[in-house]
Design a protein around this ligand. Structure first.
Ligand code: FPP
Length: 245
């Protein structure tokens, strides 16, 4: 069996989320500017999206820009925003051809107008697609998302739309940016760092975590297969004993 057949022989994660880390270090190792790392990072984005679509993974969520990333040098922020617009323009055809729906989570109003416009155009044009939902986390921070959820629910309580007694996990889920997505099954972080960095804190409650030492621009299809194979080996107990499963 080759790696792909191996992956397909067992149940797939329904939702993979990736913290794409290490672009800067990758470029530095090559004596290049950080922007070169981000440019090459977009190639790995393409590979990850196409691999998930080919396997039949239904949801892929990528941490493309965090709320904290606004604090990077202005030039780097501009480079990332430009890359985003050019990638969206370039890849719209591939998204359509592969029946991929684009979505975005985060404080999208804080994005530059050009990015916001392009993003919403692609979201609109791909909204009927059903094979894979590709969600980009942009100007995203999990605490901000939870804060926003608390505010929205509080306003509904104040206006007698919701009574506090009925607030449960599903009501919280319905108010998160990820309201249309299932919980994360597999969270991958590249570049050897082992932390969550304010990404999908509520949604990863039962996710399997997979940390890879590979820097994001070097993360290939085979690396993704191996992450899924590792996920498939783990026994997800959701608090139960092995015997109860
Ligand atoms: C982390 O590497 C990566 C980012 C902050 C941005 C990720 C963006 C891309 C891969 C390109 C554009 C995305 C799309 C969806 C087209 P880092 O800069 O933190 O690397 P370092 O930790 O080595 O400095």
């Amino acid at each position: 069996m080759n790696l792909k057949e191996h992956v397909l022989s067992k149940p797939l994660p329904k939702h993979i989320a990736i913290i794409m880390d290490g672009n800067g270090r990758w470029a530095k190792q090559k004596g290049m500017l950080r922007a070169f790392g981000h440019e090459n990072g977009t190639k790995s984005v393409k590979t990850a999206v196409e691999t998930c679509a080919a396997l039949g993974v239904e949801n892929l969520t990528l941490y493309a820009f965090s709320t904290e990333n606004w604090n990077r040098p202005k030039l780097e922020v501009q480079t990332l925003m430009k890359l985003l617009v050019s990638s969206l323009k370039k890849e719209i055809k591939t998204l359509q051809k592969n029946n991929i729906k684009l979505a975005a989570i985060g404080n999208l109003n804080s994005l530059p107008a050009k990015v916001y416009k392009e993003l919403h155009e692609v979201i609109d044009q791909t909204k009927q697609n059903t094979r894979l939902t590709l969600t980009l986390a942009l100007s995203y921070g999990s605490r901000e998302e939870i804060l926003n959820t608390v505010k929205e629910i509080s306003i509904k309580v104040k206006n007698n739309i919701i009574s506090p007694e009925i607030i449960d996990e599903s009501i919280i889920n319905e108010h998160l940016y990820t309201r249309n997505l299932p919980d994360v099954d597999l969270l991958i972080r590249t570049s050897g760092e082992q932390r969550i960095s304010n990404f999908l804190l509520w949604q990863i409650a039962y996710a399997e975590l997979y940390f890879s030492d590979v820097l994001w621009p070097d993360f290939t299809k085979e690396h993704l297969y191996n992450a899924i194979i590792e996920y498939q080996k783990r026994e997800r107990r959701f608090g139960k004993t092995s015997e109860q499963l």
